[in-house]
Ligand binder design. Structure first.
Ligand SMILES: NC(=O)c1ccc[n+]([C@@H]2O[C@H](COP(=O)([O-])OP(=O)(O)OC[C@H]3O[C@@H](n4cnc5c(N)ncnc54)[C@H](OP(=O)(O)O)[C@@H]3O)[C@@H](O)[C@H]2O)c1
Length: 261
């Protein structure tokens, strides 16, 4: 049997990198996509994935990516992980450049990929019975918080794109899945958001017992892709146990209450 092939964006680090590893371990052919070529090459050498460097905010680069994917084989699954946050400014103090980057990286990149890859997904679905599109949004798409506005708005817009796409594909054997993680401790996400301030970035996770790991999100992505093809996980919201809600984050050890000391 020919392996199914997934395109995983954001593959150079964090959740995307973990997803490449997890899908390869599950027998998928994988094409990892991100801007940093050297990191992709190292991951490809280690896992047997392929890699294509691409800036998803550049339409010409996405057109070239789609052409290369079309030339090199079928695309049974798009896993759109690339994205991120810039800044924690208030609405009043927000930087238009940060907001534009967040909209471009999280929303327009997803739209560009869908526009480019849907014909390939349809062809794979025709030949193989079904195809999949998975998007990693965020709990920031669901709950507003002070300092979150640009990211809240971008992730909410990406989430709406996913919901619309699922309806537009009704009647086709193509699943459209949204995974919305809460706090995930990845190497770069908060560091980039806080403009490289490593002390401030680490303090975000300080004392939190077991934030989610990139591998936890990757596991859900693998499940979403390997579940029986009649099963569409519309929206999976996942948080660490220590984060009962966006604003309710326990710092310190998790312990049962009421048992005496
Ligand atoms: N970490 C969290 O707490 C958390 C929680 C909820 C949701 N999320 C979402 O989950 C996704 C991944 O999070 P993460 O923590 O793994 O983030 P991350 O470690 O910052 O990784 C972001 C990835 O996106 C890629 N990327 C960024 N801009 C790109 C562009 N213009 N073109 C191509 N690739 C680009 C980066 O690769 P290059 O720099 O090499 O291009 C990198 O591989 C993001 O969409 C994020 O919003 C994260």
């Amino acid at each position: 049997m020919v392996s199914r092939r997934a395109v995983v964006t954001g593959a150079s680090t964090g959740i995307g990198e973990a997803t490449v590893r997890a899908l390869r371990a599950s027998g998928w052919d994988v094409v990892g996509v991100a801007r940093r070529e050297e990191r992709l090459a190292a991951l490809a050498a280690e896992t047997g994935a392929s890699a294509i460097a691409c800036d998803l905010t550049d339409q010409d680069a996405v057109d070239a990516l789609v052409a290369e994917l079309d030339r090199s084989g079928p695309v049974h699954a798009l896993v759109q992980v690339a994205g991120g946050a810039r800044g924690t400014d208030s609405v009043a103090d927000g930087s238009a450049a940060d907001w534009q980057w967040m909209f471009d990286a999280n929303v327009l990149s997803a739209q560009r990929l869908v526009a480019g890859l849907l014909p390939l997904l349809r062809r794979a679905a025709e030949e193989d019975g079904h195809a999949d599109a998975v998007f990693v949004t965020s709990t920031a798409a669901q709950v507003a918080y002070p300092g979150g506005a640009g990211y809240n708005a971008a992730k909410a817009a990406e989430s709406m794109l996913v919901k619309v796409l699922r309806q537009e594909l009704n009647g086709e054997p193509i699943r459209v899945v949204e995974i919305a993680p809460g706090m995930v401790h990845t190497e770069e996400f908060t560091l980039n958001r806080l403009r490289g301030d490593s002390v401030a970035a680490e303090s975000v996770y300080a004392g939190v017992e077991e934030p989610l790991l990139a591998e936890d999100v990757a596991d859900v992505i693998v499940y979403a892709l390997s579940a029986p093809r009649r099963v569409n996980l519309d929206l999976v919201t996942m948080r660490p146990v220590a984060q009962s809600a966006q604003h309710l984050l326990a710092r310190g050890p998790l312990r049962p209450r009421g048992l005496g000391d």
